[in-house]
Design a protein around this ligand. Sequence first.
Ligand code: MLT
Length: 263
Amino acid sequence: MEKYVNGIAVKEYGDKNQPPIIFIHGFPFSSGMWEQQIKQFKEQYYCITYDIRGLGKSPIGDGQYTMEMFVDDLLAIMDGLELNQAIIAGFSMGGYITLRAIEREPERFSALILCDTKSEADDNAGKIKRAQGVKAVNSYGAEKFATAFVPLAFAQGARQHIPDIFNATLEQAAATSPEGIKGCLLAMAGRTDTTKFLSDISVPTLLVVGEQDAITPPDVMQMMHERINGSELVTIEEAGHMAPVEQPEIVNQAIGDFLSKLS
Ligand code: MLT
């Protein structure tokens, strides 16, 4: 069922009495990237997806976003759905939101699934790249930006091996509004660093990374794994940054194994 909660486009699947999992997508994607995970987990869990402000069906507004605002949206969705606590699966930018949200309100989250993400804020080179992204959107438009960005998010050869998935992802990203893309780029550039908080995370945590992830690479997630007490790290072969989309069965197996161990 699709509805707007605090202005954000939210979809719910499964039985509200089952344990809730909120899936947060990455940039410049939409909640649709979790299709294969929802299919797998909606029978046993109350699954929630939503489109981050500026992306998918959520409002673009004035394109002025911050990571704090994205966290506010997540917490407002939880309040709106009357969820005191949830398991969160955050992919990349969705992981940035997840990490900052648990740092701000640790009692609201019972377990974390962090896919292809990182705790470090952008360094100088990263900030310059975001600025170049904003400039590229202004000069050439959102479609060209997405067309250049999406291939970097997939493993080598994905365009040939999984053309339907690759093309659907590209098509969705290319349809994103310029204001939404620029707003997210600036929100990511301005986000805080959550690395120091990693050792304070006390809930079960699964880390998943594509072995060919060039955006949030395996060594970065290995560092997070070493700092998060008792965390598990699963590396997905033949996958890039978009591991949950590129290798859904293997990622779902890892998520399912992790969830089955939660009480
Ligand atoms: C994402 O997939 O959300 C982005 O690649 C994250 C980023 O650009 O830092």
